[in-house]
Write a protein that binds this ligand. Structure first.
Ligand code: NDP
Length: 492
């Protein structure tokens, strides 16, 4: 079995705790590697290394162009290694190889984009209303940033954090999910090949409470960029507050995918399926509430159920597979619990509704694509994030009702709108309380455009020009060229 080590200060190290944990292949159900189960002492070493790398040595000595070039070199290496990284990630999280390979290839763009942005972080010279003063602003890095990532897209979501953090001149300590740490350790090895100086990227693996929490609370950590569930997200926010640390939180969602009566139904059926069954629904942007106009409700539901019912369940490495395993056992149990909750609430089960044995005698955990109709928005299945292949279908009569249902939820990560009317698309998308709205498409993200949540779906934004500001602080510098101070006891 493969054995990994921690990556701290440019070196591979066993955990000071002396403890290890096994990482599982969600398809076979077998352990395939050993990962360090680190603790607070390892976190201390990693933060110390990151702090040293931030304050002295090669990294702060690079100018912004040189820093950007290193990130772009890293992007090239990542592109060359995309296939290998994708295989490791599929082995660890069970997501479809086709999707993970796309993600691993695409992630290099974050390092190209933010590498290019590194030397375009410009201050300003505000016109000051006082004589003999030159005022300049500078945007400076924060210091050590913690990047805490989940199991559903470990590398892509790390790229969303690491690329802007490093482009801004910070150093990072990464804490990947205990279930999917291997690809992040491989990523760190590639950063070394790109010539990113030691201590700039550090990886500490282990549990949320044993590694994540001491990392968030560490006094030298100035910023936490977190993706995960709302319970852990709230904990991170609370733990960061006494130190007045910056926090970016990308949390869950219960996104409405709204199909109006004038939609192209073929496209919308595909959009609804990609919204909930891709990645077995284990995605924060899942369109887990499907809102159907009453006039197309029955026909749409029939088409959706017929298509989703044909989904091929199987080995995530196979190009023919459409629905892969559930990544973790707690997640599997949670999904099955929600299916029972929905049944008990009176939702009408029209597809799936249970587990399926893993094909080929494997031990992986699979859940059938599941659809509940006749869901009302007060049901838990309409309000709470399942993070699995479980769709709640609701009915609406007009645009006002669709908007009201879509917004009547704690979350606000994303929404989909299916209509051929430009007027309706504009009006509805303006009124939806969601950080991303897709019109006649679903589940697209890019390095160029901001991503983040309204309401309980999070704080701050990742991606796009805006995201770099999450890793910078502004300093205003006053240069005085006048004579003596007339009265030192009054404010200028
Ligand atoms: P978590 O939110 O618990 O985990 C996300 C990351 O945070 C992991 O690396 C985890 O470590 C770490 N973490 C956990 N607790 C703390 C803490 N107190 N301080 C710092 N870091 C911490 O997700 P789960 O894997 O437990 O999934 C639970 C639910 O979260 C899912 O059912 C789903 O609803 C949602 N989720 C949302 C995601 C999204 O993309 N928005 C992604 C994944 C899950 P570790 O797990 O290793 O202990």
């Amino acid at each position: 079995m493969q054995k990994y080590q921690l990556y701290i200060d440019g070196a591979w190290a066993d955990p000071l705790s002396g403890e290890w944990m096994e990482t599982m292949n969600p398809y076979t159900g077998q352990a395939w590697a050993r990962i360090p189960r680190a603790g607070a002492a390892d976190v201390e070493a990693a933060v110390e290394a990151a702090d040293q790398a931030f304050t002295q040595g090669e990294w702060p000595g690079l100018n912004a162009t040189q820093r950007g070039l290193k990130l772009r070199k890293f992007a090239e290496i990542l592109t060359g290694e995309a296939e290998r990284l994708a295989e490791i990630e599929v082995r660890d999280n069970g997501k479809l190889h086709a999707e993970v390979l796309n993600q691993c290839r695409y992630m290099a763009q974050w390092f190209h984009y933010y590498g290019g942005l590194a030397d375009k972080i410009e201050g300003s010279a505000p016109p000051i209303d006082k004589p003999d003063v030159l005022n300049l602003t500078r945007h400076e890095p924060l210091g050590v940033c913690a990047c805490i990532t989940p199991w559903n897209s470990p590398l892509l979501l790390l790229a969303w954090k690491a690329a802007p953090a490093l482009a801004a001149g910070n150093t990072i300590v990464v804490k990947p999910s205990e279930y999917t740490s291997a690809s992040t350790l491989e990523f760190a090895a590639l950063a070394e090949q790109a010539g990113i100086p030691k201590g700039v990227i550090n990886v500490v693996t282990g549990l949320g409470e044993e590694v994540g929490q001491p990392l968030v609370r560490h006094k030298k950590v100035r910023k936490i960029a977190f993706t995960g569930g709302e319970t852990a997200g709230a904990r991170v926010n609370t733990d960061a507050a006494p130190g007045f640390k910056r926090v970016t939180l990308e949390l869950g969602g219960k996104s409405a995918n709204i199909v109006f009566e004038d939609a192209n139904l073929d496209q919308a059926v595909n959009g609804a399926i990609s919204g909930i069954f891709a990645a077995s629904g284990q995605t924060c942007i899942a369109g887990s509430r499907l809102l159907l106009h009453e006039s197309i409700h029955d026909e749409f539901l029939e088409r959706l159920v017929s298509l989703a019912g044909e989904a091929r369940i199987g080995d995530p490495m196979s190009p023919d597979t459409q629905v892969g395993p559930i990544t973790t056992e707690p997640q599997y149990r949670k999904i099955l619990d929600y299916i029972e909750i929905a049944k008990n609430e009176g939702a009408r089960l029209v597809l799936g509704g249970g587990s399926v044995p893993a094909p080929e005698g494997n031990q992986g955990l699979f859940v059938q694509p599941t659809v509940f109709a006749d869901v009302t928005n007060d049901m838990r299945i309409a309000q709470e994030e399942v993070f699995g292949p479980v769709l709640a279908v609701l009915r609406f009569t007009d645009d006002e009702e669709a908007i009201a249902i879509a917004n009547d939820v704690n979350y606000g990560l994303a929404a989909g709108v299916w209509t051929e009317s430009l007027r309706r698309a504009i009006k509805v998308s303006e009124r939806l309380e969601a950080g991303t709205v897709w019109v006649n498409t679903y589940r697209s993200t890019s390095y160029t455009t901001p991503f983040g949540g309204y309401k309980a779906s999070g704080l701050g934004r990742e991606n796009g020009m805006e995201a770099i500001k999450e890793y910078l602080q502004t300093k205003s510098v006053w240069y005085y060229s006048g004579g003596d101070v007339a009265n030192p006891y009054t404010r200028r």
